[in-house]
Design a protein around this ligand. Structure first.
Ligand SMILES: C[S@@+](CC[C@H](N)C(=O)[O-])C[C@H]1O[C@@H](n2cnc3c(N)ncnc32)[C@H](O)[C@@H]1O
Length: 243
């Protein structure tokens, strides 16, 4: 991939904040409810949000009583996150090498970020390192079944997804994605690659979900029609084993 992924994020930061500072409908209606439920009571807990962006989810956890550390390599996001949450600690850093102590956090969150990290194995190793034994790692990610699809989707007349061509599922690759002024690289990799990375650490999987809109949600927001048939996301929760 010729373009540097970080310079693409730097150039996309304004467009991202304009569009996503309050979250898109997938975040607010599909992911947040599960992520908050799994985070459970964070009062007084030390939480790190890896790839926090401009800090929307960090702030949600901070408002629920967590001590927040937000990490992101895009300086404009960290500046914005810090200005919106002066009580939080926000640091410019990639997830591959965290300027944080071992076993520092009760909860490590990574909200739709693993697809942005080329060296995901180092990022996962760092999440494990900074989480205390007995602490949890909560991940939302784009579903590899989705990132493996090519652009040639076929719709029926209701515009619901009917044909989902999965192209080269097993080939890990960076794919340039461009939408609404955002122009970044998403790294597709098969689910087995993620599992191989997580399972190389002392972790226990305690939750897994592929969120799907309910009929009621679909009725309220018809744009969820494709998400009834296409699994856009996955959510994992891992617990770090006690020594
Ligand atoms: C899709 S956005 C998600 C932001 C936020 N978590 C949210 O859900 O709104 C991906 C984020 O990953 C960050 N990012 C890119 N490369 C990264 C890396 N190597 N390590 C950690 N975060 C990275 C980007 O700056 C961006 O904020």
């Amino acid at each position: 991939m010729s373009q540097n992924p970080q310079s693409l994020w730097n150039a996309s930061a304004d467009a991202w904040m304009t569009r996503l500072e309050k979250g898109d409908i997938n975040r607010t209606h599909l992911l947040d409810p599960i992520m908050l439920l799994r985070a459970s009571d964070v009062t007084g807990k030390k939480v790190v949000d890896i790839g926090c962006g401009e800090g929307r989810f960090s702030r949600m956890l901070g408002q629920r009583g967590a001590f927040i550390t937000g990490i992101d390599p895009t300086p404009a996001f960290i500046e914005r996150a810090q200005s919106l949450d002066p009580a939080g600690r926000y640091i410019v850093s990639g997830g591959e090498s965290l300027p944080l102590e071992d076993d520092e956090f009760d909860l490590t969150v990574c909200y739709v970020v693993l697809i942005d990290i080329e060296d995901y194995q180092s990022a996962i190793a760092e999440m494990v390192r900074v989480t205390r034994p007995g602490g949890r790692i909560l991940i939302a990610n784009l579903n590899p079944s989705y990132t493996a699809t090519d652009e040639q989707w076929t719709y029926n007349k209701e515009k619901s997804q009917v044909d989902l061509p999965i192209a080269n599922y097993f080939d890990a690759r960076g794919v340039r994605v461009q939408w609404c002024g955002i122009d970044v690289i998403n790294y597709h990799r098969p689910l087995r690659d993620y599992f191989a990375a997580f399972l190389s650490h002392p972790l226990r999987l305690t939750y897994f979900e592929e969120p799907r809109p309910s009929e009621e949600l679909l009725e309220a927001h018809p744009s969820f029609i494709t998400a009834r048939t296409m699994p856009y996301f996955q959510i994992f929760e891992w617990v770090k084993s006690q020594p």
